[in-house]
Structures are given as structure tokens and as C-alpha cells.
Design a protein around this ligand. Sequence first.
Ligand code: 5AD
Ligand code: SF4
Length: 449
Amino acid sequence: MNKLDTALVTSALEDAGFGFTDNVKQADVVLINTCSVRQHAEQRVLSQLGHLKHIKESRPDLVVGVIGCMAQRLGDKLLEHEVVNFVCGPTEIPQIKQLITKTLKEKKKSLAVTEKIRRKPSEQQSQALEEFESAYGIKDESIPAQAFVRVMRGCNNFCSYCVVPYVRGPEVSRRPEAIIEQIRKLADHGVKQVTLLGQTVNSYKYKKGEKTWSLADLLEAATDVEGIEWLRFVTSYPSEEFFDDIMQVMAGSPKVCEYLHMPAQSGSDKILLAMNRNYTAAGYLELLDRARAIVTGITIAGDFIVGFPGETEEDFQATVDLAEKARYKNAFIFKYSPRPGTTADKRLQDTVSAEVKQRRNVELLAVQEKISDELSRDLLGKQVQVLVEGLSKKSHVNIDRDENPQLIGRTSGDWIVVFNGPESSAGKFSQVTIESASPLTLFGRLAEL
Ligand code: 5AD
Ligand code: SF4
């Protein structure tokens, strides 16, 4: 979501005639897009602001804007920071150009946040967001031939630890025509892979006349767009209701990537209840069984939070047990971070010590790494199709040197593949034979065609 917001803002500003620099010292305006999901992310922003303070001492005209979730969460408190000129929440983003030009001219501080964020957005606000999204959602230039398309905003789930519903507002599904039109435009600009985004993307729902559109319908319609070769969607919420039809579309269409990202968060029913997640560990694992029965060879990824308030050693072992049974390709593991305003923070004490959180994090990572390693080995000797992202940032020793540089790409199942190939392959598909594997990365060579 944040990457998409950055791309939209960049595209809007480019359109308005702004030029870009990676060098803060050369900039007239610095924008920081922020995340509030964990405290660590917010701390990094505060230290960035501290760094900007030094630069601003010698260049008082520098305009600093903080956008995104932290802007919405902290609002005027953030505006009080001496270097911050304006603050703009995710639901106010259509104002970005005016905010910058006004600040450059008037040098006054301004606040653009949604006051009653949990209220249904006004017609005017929805329209502004929709126009902003459609007008500028051309392409995220960072990865050739790939783009994100938001299918819904906000979230109504209120998982007890999570700040998202308080900073991104209520769940609103976008109009299917607007989404498909945007995908069509992206395809016209050479995009081959579109990732549909939503906090609980599988519960996408849009009522239009007699018909209620589901994510399965949307995926089906998107597969008809000429030029789009791969479709993905993130993130899915473990829900009985919004599941089988989506898996069936995945099984039936070669364009829908065989990949599911569905966080479990914990393997303990007691903790899941305290997290306000509406499923049990057994129910969750049953969904994975169903996914695997419908889509042979599907790869699955998950998220976990360790050290949630009240998590005992036994609860943690239940999480390890779930990870072993789930056999994820990879899992993102986070240490619980209390977020002001959430029910977990208001009602529960952050009882698990930093040391215990750290130990559980390391232990769960080791369990996951072993599984990732085993699964990646299954691909040895196989030929896979890879959508090439570009040059590999790291130089890997696992593959021999060659006249071509090392490229990085992903398979339909989201495995990362590194191989030697011409740089011109970026944004194109390549066939690669896998020769060696590490838990998260496969290494191979271009297959002879
Ligand atoms: N503390 C730690 N991790 C969190 N996540 C969300 N909120 C918190 C929190 N307060 C994690 C969840 C989610 C991912 C995006 O971030 O695992 O799936
Ligand atoms: Fe947060 Fe839960 Fe919504 Fe995901 S589903 S964004 S974890 S409240």
C-alpha cells in the first residue's frame, strides 16, 4: 500500500512538473511517506526528521512534508516538530500538489488529515481519491512491467493489535470498471504483471445492480485484459466465505499466479481470540488444505506476530506447530509492538519481555528457514518461468561468472530466482533451469530454448 502511495504521489508530482533527486541536499522539497504498523517504523521517521533538522539549519527554505499513516495518526503533534511544514494522511493524498505549492509560497504550516477517520468517507472525498488513483495510477517505474492496483481502501477488521483501521479508515471496495480500466491502461503502457491490493483483498465486494462483484469475478475480468500475463493479489484474510471461488479462478487461469499470502499471526487459539482474528488454528490449516487441493503446487506465505500480550511458551509452541504444518514458502515474523489507540494496547499489558520476543522471533525464523530450504530444494533441476525484475542488487557467489550480469526475477509462485542474463531481459519472461537453492533464493541458468 505504501509503495503504491509513493508511486501515485511521484506520478502526480511528475505530472505537475516537479523534478526528482535522490540527494536530500539538492532538494527543495522532501517528502517522507510513513508507516505506523510498528513503533520501529515510526522511530525511523523521527530519526530522519532529526537528520533533516541539520540540513534545514543551513537551508531554512527547505519544505518537509510527512505523508501516510503516521501523518494521520499523529496529525498536529507531528506538525509541531520544528522541521515539518505539512502533514498529509493517506485519505487526504489528492491534496498533495496544492499542499506543496502553498507551502513553497506561503511558508506556513498546514495539516491535512481526516478528522473522523472511521466515518464513511464523504462523496466528495471518495471522488477525489478515486480521481487521484485513476489519473495517476499509470505505473510504478521501480520494477519494469509490474504495477500495483488498489482494489479496496481501509479495513473493518479491527484485529486488536493493528493500527490500520484507525489510519486508513473504513473498508471501501472500488468500482470494478475503474479497476479494470486502470489495468487496461497499465497493459497499454507495457505492464505484464498486476498485483491487486487490499488489506483483506479476498473480501472485495462491490454491488452493482443485481450482481455483487467478488475478487474471483474481478480476477476473471482482469485475465481478459490483453497484455496482462500475471495477476497476483495481497493480502488475504483467512475466511471461509471468501476463499474457494478465488482458488478455483487461480486453478483455472494460467494468468492468476499460484501464490497465496494469508497471515495466520498465531497458532494458539487463545491468542487468536485475543487478537480478534475470527478463526482457529485448525480452521486456518483447513483453508490451506483446501487451497492445496484446488490449486496443485500453490505456494503459500504467511505472517506471524510473536510476543503478543499473554503469549506463554505453550502458545508460542502452538505457533511453531502451525508453521510446521503450514509449510509456507516464507513467513514474515514480527515482534508485537503496542500501537496507541488499538484495543490490545488499551486493554492488555505488553507482558512479554523484549528478550523473550527476540528469542521467539529467532526460533520461529529457524523453523521457517528449514521449511523454506526443503521446499526450495524441490525445485532443483526444474525449469521455471521467471518475470525478470532487473539487475540483482547483491552479487551472489552461488552462480558462476559469465559475460552477462546477474539478474533477479520471480516465479509465478513468488520464488526469487537469480541467474546470468542480458540486462535487456528486465520486464520480460525468461525460462531458467534451477541449479542450486538457498532458503529464500533459487539460482539457475537461462534454459536453452
Ligand atoms: N505489532 C507487530 N506486528 C504487527 N503487524 C500488524 N500490526 C502489528 C503490531 N502492532 C504485522 C502483522 C501484519 C503485518 C503487515 O504486520 O503480521 O500481517
Ligand atoms: Fe490490520 Fe487485521 Fe485489517 Fe490486516 S485485517 S489491516 S491486521 S485490522
